[in-house]
Design a protein around this ligand. Structure first.
Ligand SMILES: [Zn+2]
Length: 486
């Protein structure tokens, strides 16, 4: 063997050893669970507080004039009855909307406050599905260890759990060092244009800079990635942007017996095909931290690839692009969702148009996305237009290493066992996005174990939360406030 071949083999062996070593050390250290409150959280009391909250039909509507204000008023009164200590101790700040904002003044005014948030409104129940509900959607019935009804998970369960945690802390004589704000919007389900933005703007006007903001979000789930068998807590650290574009193509009409090479419909179809064949740039490094925290709980191939992105980034992008959910978290996605054109079978269409719905990866601006779509279509005859009110930039990213993140992690470990808590990008929208105006640490996490059935109930039928899950949520917020505001 020549020296050159021996040298090549030795180099290759070193390379393989280097890659394997990096894979071996590519994991988060053990998370030490935080001690949890031992006391009784009165499951019956908290269940009935949620029951009465569900009975208030706080349905929001994109047309604000159509929203009935009475259920919101009724909910406010019910919360006062269920949580008297909170209402005696905390100051209520009225911003002239049905949203609720409370301030629990801390003993050290120089510490940045904590904001716990959620929303009071719910989505409507489709009347055609009412018979599929095992318990009436606005009945708030407690049966088989669950509280049933619209809003049980999204998001009244969370609101009630936060109230219960604070009620308990006050009862135990807790005096927070940091100020604590409880902020509950009233229109999250309809893009939250009057609730959370007004609260966040008020905070900005007061010079309030929260240490962290915790909103509803992703939960503790199993099987979110193929091959990951243990339950995993997903914590949203950013939200994608939103953009709907209309693309349209014009052509001369005429008889379809003598058509040109391509019709308006043909040009449009070709444009869509070009977009599908040329997806937005992938950012596989976005998932590096997720896989590092999953460590040996992820399939070995993923560990190997993500521990060595310096070498395998193109492979990582290819592997992930095949999984629609994971693909959505590494790039801007673009889907043609509506198409129209043509009026008669034997007439050439004079116009054809389609809607493209894009979800923007943080860093891909609305302007960049429009420009790229234009470039990929590469057909000057195709017009492009942003639909009014349908362009929203992605949010900034919050760190997965802040004190608040670490606290959420260790308290989750106390409640759910030593599960990984991985940072994720959220494709939907929550009120949390508005709080990036005032805080760098904005997290979206529902401290609740959720099965696929539970998830189907959100905005669907048979929404329910287990009494045990609800009590654990209250314990979570109790422990979190005690940890960060002692
Ligand atoms: Zn919600």
């Amino acid at each position: 063997m020549t020296t050159a071949i021996i040298l090549l083999i030795v180099t290759l062996l070193f390379l393989v050893a280097f890659i394997l070593l990096r894979t071996l050390f590519f994991r988060e250290g053990r998370i030490i669970p935080a001690p949890l409150p031992e006391e009784d959280f009165y499951p019956n009391v908290i269940s009935s507080a949620l029951s009465v909250a569900i009975r208030c039909k706080t349905v929001s509507d994109h047309d604000h004039k159509k929203v009935d204000p009475h259920p919101f008023l009724q909910l406010k009164l019910e919360l006062e009855k269920s949580f008297p200590r909170v209402h005696r101790t905390l100051e209520r700040i009225d911003l002239g909307t049905p949203s609720l904002l409370f301030h629990w003044r801390g003993t050290s005014p120089d510490l940045d406050p904590i904001v716990l948030t959620g929303h009071l409104d719910v989505v409507a129940v489709d009347p055609s599905t009412e018979t599929e509900w095992q318990h009436p959607p606005f009945g708030g019935e407690v049966a088989d260890g669950f509280i049933w009804g619209r809003g049980a998970v999204d998001c009244k369960g969370q609101v009630v759990a936060i109230f219960q945690a604070v009620e308990h802390l006050i009862g135990n004589g807790f005096k927070p060092s940091r100020s604590i704000y409880l902020a509950f919007g009233h229109d999250e389900e309809t893009s939250g244009t009057h609730g959370a933005p007004r609260i966040a703007a008020w905070m900005k006007s007061q010079g309030i800079h929260p240490e962290f903001v915790l909103d509803e979000g992703t939960a503790v789930v199993t099987g979110f990635l193929p091959g990951v068998k243990i339950p995993t807590g997903l914590i949203g650290i950013a939200e994608k942007g939103y953009l709907t574009l209309e693309i349209s193509s014009q052509a001369k009409g005429g008889h379809s017996a003598m058509p040109p090479a391509s019709t308006a419909i043909g040009s449009l179809a070709a444009a869509i095909t070009r977009l599908e064949n040329d997806p937005f740039p992938a950012h596989p490094q976005e998932l590096r931290e997720l896989f590092r925290r999953l460590g040996s709980n992820a399939p070995f191939l993923y560990q190997l690839v993500f521990a060595n992105l310096w070498l395998f980034a193109p492979l990582a992008a290819r592997v992930i692009s095949r999984l629609p959910t994971a693909n959505a978290s590494i790039r801007t996605t673009c889907a043609a969702t509506v198409i129209s054109g043509g009026v008669q079978e034997n007439a050439l269409p004079q116009t054809a148009s389609a809607l493209l719905n894009l979800r923007l990866f943080p860093g891909d601006s609305v302007a960049f996305a429009c420009e790229r779509v234009r470039k990929v279509i590469a057909d000057p005859s195709i017009q492009l237009r942003v639909l009014e009110g349908r362009a929203l930039e992605a949010t900034s990213k919050s760190p997965a290493s802040s004190d608040a993140y670490r606290a959420i992690e260790k308290i989750s470990a106390g409640i759910f066992g030593e599960i990984p808590l991985v940072p994720v990008l959220i494709a939907g929208m929550t009120d949390a996005r508005f709080y990036t105006l005032v805080s760098d640490n904005v997290y979206r996490f529902t401290p609740l174990r959720m099965t696929p059935d539970d998830m189907a109930g959100i905005h669907g039928v048979n929404e329910r939360i287990s009494v045990e899950g609800l009590v654990n949520m209250a314990r979570f917020y109790y422990a979190l406030l005690r940890d960060r505001a002692a």
